[in-house]
Design a protein around this ligand. Structure first.
Ligand code: C2O
Ligand code: CU
Ligand code: CU
Length: 489
């Protein structure tokens, strides 16, 4: 199914136009836009997508149904396929998708129950599907050279021994991850568990994923993915912000608490999120699942691939008013992400308990090995760890199964780098902003390493042996060799 395939919207100022989304017709008033704020001149476009803020409803990505289930396993099938989608007004955008939608369908897994994901590759190039954040055997990790050929299939096995958390899956082909993700190959994968369910957090319709991605379009509606050499340095940023595949959408909410699972699924853009009414967000989870307690945050910065589950309480917001989710980060503007329109009042039995999940720090005395990886950009534009470009035949760290190690990422460049390790989660022990007291002081799986500084993480390598990646998650850096491998066992 195409979630928002019938977006019959003409451009115009202050006109009422029908918007057809998933078969529902709604009258939407397009607000007049002041020409001075466009920067787009006579085209009347604020951005390459010529979109109007808050004109389309937030799509909720479809939840994938299992093809079958047995005592231990849920079986899912996803088809990688081209699709022509309507994501900006009046244009058709050819994309590469999971099951024909952008983002792909949501897979809802249960902690302790295995998922077998059958991927059919109906695209015209080889792919690989990586479940980002998953603790899996290397054979199911979707590494950059572990390809599914054109017309081929692959069965990925995810044990889901992790606790509840917000993960995502995306393509991971060597040199092409940036392009493939930009073209649409990403989706959410949510794990729940009994402990989380018992917390009485907002759930059901009050548990909403927000997958945030930025895109730039050519005038014919095609996606403009053509990184220049300066994009190899900064990463490639789009000029139009999308949430769940809709440009700057609105969501009708009631006077209730909502759990928003925010994914920064952008190739390179960082966001600093805040609410226009000055309210705090209760951050209840990182990429690595529930925190020990909720952290009240007036703003939250997420680098590419980072996630934050937050609870926003609209309980005191007057019906008939709106709250905007903003991006305060300076990179290329792009301020308004989406708008919450409070349009009904409702009783709210949900809670945000003062304690969520116990957090046990890994002890420094258990650390047996310390390693340092220095990040630099070489003269040819390629990025390196310790002077070496990614090579699938080379392993840069041999780790004993079960070992506790400390890894320092030393950033000798003027760019920030969100470093992500496959297979494991880690604890930041020094270096990252607010590492000593904020949510980033607990379990993480992607951490920003600011320019000209270093971050040290402590981790353990349990269960699985074999070769895994670690890399920068600015996809243009990853595709320009800022990737390396460790081997467990
Ligand atoms: Cu999200 Cu190795 O990736
Ligand atoms: Cu990953
Ligand atoms: Cu980087």
């Amino acid at each position: 199914m195409q979630i928002f395939g019938n977006l019959l919207r003409t451009s115009g100022l202050g006109r009422v136009v029908p918007v057809v989304v998933g078969g529902l017709v709604a009258a939407v008033v397009l607000a007049p836009v002041s020409a001075s704020s466009w920067g787009g001149g006579s085209t009347g476009c604020a951005n390459s997508g010529c979109t109007t803020p808050f004109a389309v409803p937030l799509p909720i990505p479809q939840t994938l149904s299992p093809t079958s289930q047995d005592a231990t396993t849920d079986y899912y099938t996803v088809t990688e396929q081209p699709a022509n989608l309507s994501v900006i007004p009046g244009k058709t955008t050819p994309m590469w998708t999971y099951n024909g939608t952008w983002p792909g369908p949501v897979i809802k897994a249960t902690s302790g129950r295995q998922v077998k994901l059958h991927v059919i590759n109906n695209l015209s190039f080889a792919t690989t599907t990586h479940l980002h954040g998953a603790h899996v055997a290397p054979s199911s990790d979707g590494g950059p050279v572990d390809l599914v050929p054109v017309g081929g299939t692959r069965d990925y096995v995810y044990p889901n021994n992790e606790s509840a958390r917000t993960q995502w899956y995306h393509d991971h082909v060597k040199d092409l991850t940036g392009k493939n993700v930009y073209m649409g190959l990403a989706g959410l994968y949510l794990i729940s568990d009994a402990q989380e369910q018992a917390l009485n957090l907002p759930n059901g319709a009050y548990d909403v994923p927000l997958a945030i991605q930025d895109r730039t379009f050519n005038t014919d509606g095609t996606l403009a993915y053509a990184p220049s050499s300066s994009d190899y340095r900064t990463g490639l940023m789009g000029d139009t912000l999308f949430v769940n595949g809709a440009a700057q959408p609105y969501l009708k909410v009631s006077t209730h608490k909502y759990r928003f699972r925010i994914l920064n699924g952008s190739n390179a853009r960082y966001y600093t999120f805040s609410l226009s009414n000055g309210a705090t967000m209760s951050q209840i989870a990182t990429e690595a699942g529930l925190l020990s307690k909720p952290y009240a945050q007036s703003s939250i910065t997420l680098a590419p691939a980072e996630r934050a589950d937050v609870v926003v309480d609209f309980g005191n917001v007057p019906v008939g008013t709106s709250v905007t989710l903003r991006n305060n980060s300076g990179w290329n503007g792009a301020t308004d992400i989406m708008r919450f329109d409070v349009n009904s009042s409702t009783n709210d039995p949900s809670t945000v308990p003062a304690t969520l999940r116990p957090f046990t720090p890994l002890s420094a005395s258990a650390v047996s090995v310390r390693r340092t990886f220095t990040i630099e950009q070489q003269r040819d534009g390629m990025w390196t760890f310790n002077g070496k470009m990614y090579d699938s035949a080379r392993v840069d760290a041999n780790v004993a199964l079960g070992a506790t190690e400390e890894w320092t990422f030393q950033n000798k460049s003027g760019q920030d780098h969100p470093i992500h390790m496959h297979d494991i989660n880690f604890q930041v022990v020094s270096g990252a902003n607010s590492s000593s007291s904020g949510p980033n002081s607990e379990w993480k799986e992607t951490i920003n390493v600011p320019s000209w500084s270093s971050v040290t993480v402590r981790t353990q390598f349990p269960d699985f042996t074999g070769i895994y990646m670690f890399h920068c998650h600015i996809l243009e850096h990853e595709d320009h060799m800022l990737m390396s491998q460790f081997k467990v066992g």
